[in-house]
Design a binder for this molecule. Sequence first.
Ligand SMILES: Cc1ncc(COP(=O)(O)O)c(C=O)c1O
Length: 479
Amino acid sequence: MRSHLLNDATAESYRRSVIEGVERVADKLATTRGPFTGVTPAELAPVIDAVDLDKPLGDSSAALDELESVYLRDAVYFHHPRYLGHLNCPVVIPAVLGEAVLSAVNSSLDTWDQSAGGTLIERKLVDWTNGRIGFGPAADGVFTSGGSQSNLQALLLAREEAKSTDLSRLRIFSSECSHFSVQKSAKLLGLGMDAVISIPVDRDKRMQSVVLAAELAACRAEGLVPMAIVATAGTTDFGSIDPLPEIAALAEEYGAWMHVDAAYGCGLLASPTRRRLLDGIERADSVTVDFHKSFFQPVSSSAILVRDGATLRHATYHADYLNPARTVAEQIPNQVDKSLQTTRRFDALKLWMTLRVMGADGVGGLFDEVCDLAAEGFALLAADPRYDVVVEPQLSTLVYRYVPEGVTSPEDIDRANLHARKALFASGEAVVAGTKVDGRQYLKFTLLNPETTAADIAAVLDLIAGHAEQYLGETLVHA
Ligand SMILES: Cc1ncc(COP(=O)(O)O)c(C=O)c1O
């Protein structure tokens, strides 16, 4: 069994195995004709159930053969131009190369003595991101597993900075379109059920700062504590960006922590043409960025950035075995002092490789392309009498609904749209997402693939209309 350990004696076998795996995936990518096969859980579960984990295959070629039927054949492929579903991007090759390196070397970024250069690389990327945000020299941050964890850590810092002994008095303000991890974080942080005050959005799905101002005033009048305002720079459904300068001014007036959830919109930090959409972000106390959404990075790659690095002390604990207090005086850079995690992947290496190969303009330019594509898609939808499109995109999502002529029941239209989404998924021809707007069923394109064209969008809209029409034809005839 020692032949499977990766070390000096097995370097050749490592090379062979990994190359074989890379070749299988490369073949798969080159020959995959759709984003999905349409396999159902009922079809796939027995295939996986049939694998006896107590009977190993012994060599990696056999395991790769088996992987074809248990995973690769039916995976959902984000690189395919007709994958238009959730906030998943196709990945860039330099980042995938970084992933291969980081898992083989397997540094753990909690302490210097488990990572050395890895720690310094992560720190440099944190500084680079802070420079793009416009934070000053006191800024700091740390990589995390994803936007949910970044938001949790930001709100933990906000809670501690609020310095209130009565958690039930703390309030968080975020728009009705903010990500659900805000509510979840409030719960995890021991705040009350009513801690998150949902602020309505305007027609463009941006937080209404006038209502925010009124809610903050009411909060103060009731003797409650405005702990944090979460502005979203790129809402999950609409890609809308809350009015950051106005929110920053209110946060300053009320002494509230300003967190910007730029999990999605962070791609603008590298955009050669659209960076201004994030103006005001530099006034935040903390920012969430998900490189695995709009920097074309493999999952996971995210970070929490803070304007004042000293606030990260709220996540600091010293353990004798790992990061004893003396290491601070010795100026040993231990990232665990800033993180909610202990053992932690060297995800930063993927972004490092990306920037070293492509440069910021290169990766930001790709994000610009998908934003341009969304504008084209909006024009298509707006001109198509079959569809109702909700809002002109600031980033790269489109939310729309098939509205057939002559069908007046909103419930029938809901069911037709839901059916079309499911039927499309089952066909494997394209993958789209869905969401609710004012209680009604809508469909969503999240455009993150520069290889997707306006012709793809038009073709998928025809497919959706076809499925919806067929459903309505069958159900209304039989009603
Ligand atoms: C605006 C926003 N914030 C946070 C998250 C959560 O990020 P993650 O899935 O990386 O935890 C998402 C995910 O879609 C998001 O859209």
